[in-house]
Write a protein that binds this ligand. Sequence first.
Ligand code: KG4
Ligand code: ZN
Length: 326
Amino acid sequence: MILAIESSCDDSSIAVMDIDSKKLLFHKKISQELEHSIYGGVVPELASRLHAEALPKILEETKKFFPELKAIAVTNAPGLSVTLQEGVMMAKALSIALNLPIIAVNHLIGHIYSLFIGKEEIKPMMVLLVSGGHTKLLNFNGINNVCEIATTLDDSFGESFDKVAKMLNLGYPGGPIIENLAKKGKAIIDLPLPLKNSSNISFSYSGIKNAVRLVIEEGKYKKEDIAASFQKRAIEHLVFMSRRAIKKYRPKNFAIVGGASANLSLREEFEKLSRDFNFKLFYPDMEFTSDNAAMIARAAIEMYKNGMFTDYRNLKVFPRIEFKEC
Ligand code: KG4
Ligand code: ZN
């Protein structure tokens, strides 16, 4: 079995997974959404303090698995350095106490493996990663073989939902709040479609966000219509750029992962795309869309099989990390 720890942002989570069957034997997550909600975003120092309280409480529940463990997995990149550090410190202590190797997992690769909990990998696959920190198109061909087709020039998809919710005084995280509000509104406001005249494949959300700011200041429209108009354009931009990448690489498998992959309108638009271009579309189960340690454990199993271990003395956190270009 592998025990995995996740603390890259505002979720403290630990999972235990069976190496052969990839079955999840234990999984618990304590989210800090409520604590950060009043600030309209994650406060790193508060987040790390809450991880320091939550992680040991969860760990205590996993003690019965300790004799069966073969490795300790932990997210060490990318994320907030002070919160990554909490999980990494726990992993180092467990590694010393139980005499086990460490597997240092890239959180973004973890999101890809949220698709394969209890299952075998599917590859090759084009992956759209939409989370609070990232918006990327990746080509996935196994744990050691991930390259980047496109990334965002400024804000991420999820972050833009968080910022729009903050501007409308609706709380955090903005994704589910805006999605629900949009259901009651009409997309009647003509917001700009980002980068529509550029020939590159890349993302940008600062333009729509600023356009929404001006609309709010104007005070002419209902919050519901602002949410619906914003969500429509934000998703259209993902579809517009993904369509370009799909035309170029012609993938047979395509997945949407990350916290924002929970958005049902987004899923609907990509269902249409999958019919136009004849690819199979995958998403994680709803419970594994947002940050969790189960996906970290699942990625760690592939790393375990490939001998990708780290000594606790060499384990460091990397708040930012780059993929090679495709
Ligand atoms: O993957 P995740 O849990 O954390 C990061 O690694 O960033 O993603 C969280 C992000 C937040 O920005 C949140 O607002 C967004 O995902 N999100 C959504 C939805 N649910 C969560 N965005 C749009 N629609 C949703 N339904
Ligand atoms: Zn994430």
